[in-house]
Write a protein that binds this ligand. Structure first.
Ligand code: 5AD
Ligand code: SF4
Length: 364
């Protein structure tokens, strides 16, 4: 694509806040530092217009690194026998959640590998307890049955993250040896029908991933009207089958930011985190993301003794206390001249097609 054509697509993006799949492919496939910068500023303006100056903090607890799945890219995969495994006890999880709330963070994210050793009833009880502390609860625990999702919702869980990782069916099949593209989307549909605020996301820079695949991800994010979308670079982990792939990190940073910026403009008011993986790829990665469309930071509060073992990709664990990460996040917000929210930061979207089920009072 010529620079003139890129420039005219930027104008269209500004006016119509939409592009076709083919037009997005053209932007992604055209490297042009000057126009890429214009795209980033446009995304920053649209972020201001649709979600304002507020930045939402979400405190994450990675409560178990056991996983029944074997995704080819992930350090937690079942076959990675070099990884020491841990499970946090419910009381430990609640204690960390209390700390997160005491530090003024309104949302707790409970994240784990797909670990069926936590039966749904137990998870529901944990959710209920964390809600009682006064936090909004996001779950990120992978695929379960409708009944499980329903009881977690009834226990009070507000949001659910289930990333598709890529919407390109062939690529999805190549990097997931034991997962099914349609099944994962069916889970997503169930979560939306139940009434969860739902999140998806992708990885950028996967082996064989072309501009066409990334453009498809962006169109699907828009079509599904996700409340939250996590966009991060793929970082090879040496103990996985994709460990030898080495993307050029500068190109990957720009590409990830372009996907983020386009997603902001097309999805308007979705919540987009400055992902940890972006911070690992580049020291200023998260801060830059917050100037290219992102409006959420998710500091990790997993106790230090477990952090090393939640080794999804190299460089993820920096062995710092949650308090320290929070201070860093708050300093970042200040440098950017933005504001930290003092409310849960629920979705700004309306889902008129959804009719959330009433929540049952639960007693434990
Ligand atoms: N690089 C970057 N992100 C990864 N994830 C898993 N493996 C990697 C990797 N090698 C992300 C995926 C997944 C979550 C568990 O972590 O997006 O959803
Ligand atoms: Fe398990 Fe998720 Fe890692 Fe796949 S990406 S191996 S499901 S933790």
């Amino acid at each position: 694509m010529t620079p003139e054509k890129y420039e005219s697509l930027l104008q269209k993006l500004d006016q119509e806040e939409n592009l076709s799949w083919a037009e997005i492919v053209a932007i992604i496939a055209t490297p042009c530092p000057e126009l890429d910068q214009k795209l980033f500023s446009l995304a920053d303006r649209k972020r201001e217009k649709y979600v304002g100056e507020e930045i939402h903090l979400r405190g994450i607890i990675e409560f178990s690194n056991y996983c029944r799945k074997n995704c080819l890219y992930c350090g937690l995969r079942r076959d990675n026998s070099t990884l020491p495994r841990y499970r946090m006890k419910p009381a430990e999880i609640i204690e960390v959640a209390q700390k997160i709330v005491d530090l003024g963070i309104p949302t707790v994210v409970l994240q784990s590998g797909e670990d069926l050793a936590y039966p749904t009833d137990l998870l529901a009880e944990i959710v209920f307890q964390v809600k009682k502390i006064g936090a909004a609860v996001t779950l990120s625990i992978g695929e379960r049955d409708r009944e499980d999702y329903l009881s977690l919702y009834q226990a009070g869980a507000d949001r659910f993250l289930l990333k598709q990782e890529t919407f390109d069916r062939n690529l999805f099949d190549q990097i997931h040896s034991d997962d099914n593209y349609d099944f994962r989307l069916a889970c997503q549909k169930i979560l939306q029908e139940i009434g969860f605020q739902t999140g998806s996301g992708n990885m950028v820079g996967l082996p064989g991933q072309k501009a066409k695949a990334l453009a498809l991800d962006i169109k699907k994010f828009q079509e599904w009207n996700f409340d939250m979308i996590g966009i991060g670079p793929f970082i090879p982990h040496p103990k996985t089958p994709l460990g030898k792939h080495q993307p050029d990190s500068y190109q990957q940073l720009i590409l990830t930011l372009k996907v983020l910026a386009l997603t902001r403009i097309l999805t308007k008011n979705s919540h987009l985190p400055a992902t940890t993986a972006l911070g690992v790829l580049s020291a200023k990665g998260r801060e830059t993301a917050l100037r290219c469309g992102a409006n959420v930071i998710m500091p990790d509060f997993t106790p230090i003794k477990y952090q090393t073992s939640y080794n999804i990709y190299p460089g993820k664990s920096s062995f710092e206390e949650g308090e320290y990460r929070l201070a860093q996040a708050r300093a970042m917000i200040k440098r950017l001249g933005r504001k930290e929210t003092n409310h849960p930061g629920h979705s700004l979207k309306r889902h008129p097609h959804l009719n959330p089920l009433p929540r049952r009072e639960r007693k434990f």
